[in-house]
Design a protein around this ligand. Sequence first.
Ligand code: NAD
Length: 482
Amino acid sequence: MTTPTVSEPVDTTSGTPTYDSLLAAVTDPDGREVLDPATGEVVGRVAERSAEDVDAAVARVRAAQPAWAARADAERIDLLNRAADAIEAAAEPLAELLSREQGKPLNGPNARFEVGACAAWLRATAATPLPVETVVDDGEVHAELHYRPIGVVGAIGPWNWPMMITIWQVAPSLRMGNTVVVKPSEYTPLSVLALVHVLNTVLPADVLTAVAGGRDVGARLSAHPDVDKVMFTGSTATGQAIIKSSADTVKRLTLELGGNDAGIVLPDVDPEAIAEGLFWGAFINTGQTCAALKRLYVHTDVYDDVVAALTEVAKAMPMGRGLDENNVLGPLQNRAQYDIVARLVDAARDSGARILLGGDPDPDAPGHFYPTTLVADIDDDNPLVAEEQFGPALPIIRYETIDEAIAMANRLDVGLGASVWSSDRDAARAVAAHLQAGTVWINAHGGVHPMIPFGGHKKSGYGLEFGAEGLKAVAVPQVING
Ligand code: NAD
C-alpha cells in the first residue's frame, strides 16, 4: 500500500463534519442495528433498502449521466480533487466511524490509513492521463482509439476495506463520465454511506448514490437492465453469481475476487530482515485483506530461523479495540469470519500441526477477537492452507526444492497475488515468472499503488483496476477510422 497523507484531526469549530454529525447524516433511527465488532455496542442504525429502491436509484443516476458525461474531463478532474479535499477535511470522523464499524484500529495501516488512501486514490485517478491513441497512421488509414463513458456503473463491495474499495470503484467510473450506484456490504454500510455523503457535498446531484441492503439489493443491481457495468469486489462465489446474472444484458464486469496468496522464501534470506515485511504481508487489517499473504512456503535451510523471527515480530503487535491508539490489530469484522478462522486453526491443530503462537481465543470475551496465530509443520493439503482463512492465522509450510514450492503455490484455483523473498533480486524474479498470480511482489506482499494495475488470475477474477488500465476498464473503447 502506498503511504497516503493522513490528515490532522479536523477543526470542529469551522463547519467540517464531526463524528456525531456524520453518523447522524447516515443513520436511520428506525433502521437495523449495526454493531461494533470489538464490543458488541450499537454503532448506528442503517435503513435496509429493497430491490425497488435499487430501481429508483438507477433511474436517478441514469438520468444524470448524459450531463455528467458532457462535462469537460478537466471539470470532472477538478471535482475529484475537491472530493479528495472533502475527505481530508472529514478524515478523523470518517476514520472513527470506520474503526467502530469495521473494527480496524485507528492507528497503524488501518482506519486513518484507509481514509488517507481514499483521498490519495481520488487524486491519482484525477491525475492519470488517458490520451486518444493513434493506432494506425500510414498515409492511407488513420485510426484512433477513444474511450467513451459506459453509462451507469453498479459498484458492489465487501466489508474488509469498505471505504477504500468503494473509492477504487467510484473514482475511475466518475472520471470516465459514468454515474454510479454503490451497494455496500451489509456488514459495513455506515462507513460507505458516510463516505458517499462526504463525496456528495462536492459532486453534482445524482451522479453518485448508495443503496444499503442485503444480497437481494446486490443481485438486483447486478442484473439491472439499466446498469451497464458492474465493478465487484468480494468472494468468488458471489462473483460467479454476478457473472450468471450479467448474461442477459451482456454487462461489462470487473471482478476482484477471493485469493489465497502464497509467499515463497528462498534459502538466501536474512530471516530477521524480512520478518516484519512477512508479518504485515500476512496480518495487515488483521488478515482480512484480499491480497494478504495466506500461505508461507519457507526453504528448509532457513525454516526454523524464519519461524523464530516472525514469531518475535508477531508477539510484539498489540491487538485490541480500534479506538485505543496502542493497537495495530483488531477483531474479525463478524462472527461468521471468526468461525471460519477458528475452524481452520482447530483443524490444523487436530492434524498435528504445531501452533507457535495464538490459536487460543477466549470464547467468553466480548467482540470477535481471534489472537494472532502462527502454525508450523503443516502439510500443504491442510484446510488452513487450502482454504482462504481471511483472518489472523498464517500456516508456514516447509519445502526442499524450488520446483516443489512453485508447484504448491500454483496448485489452487485462485491467483490474486504472490511474493518471493530473497536477497538476490534476479533469483526472485526468475521464480516470480513461474507463479500464477495477478501480481508478484519481491520482498514485500500486498502493497497496491494507484498507478499500478491490479487484478487476479484464475478464480481471483478478471479485469484490471488502477492507473490507465483501470480507466479503460470503466469505458467503452471506440475506434474512429477515417
Ligand atoms: P461477499 O461476496 O460475501 O459479499 C460482497 C458483496 O456482494 C456484498 O455487498 C454482498 O451483499 C454482495 N452480494 C452478495 N450476494 C450477491 C449477489 N448474488 N449479487 C450481487 N451482490 C451480492 O464477500 P465478502 O465476504 O464481503 O468479502 C470477502 C471476500 O472478498 C474474500 O473472499 C476476499 O478475498 C474478497 N476480496 C477480494 C478483493 C480483491 O480485490 N480481489 C478485495 C477485498 C476482498
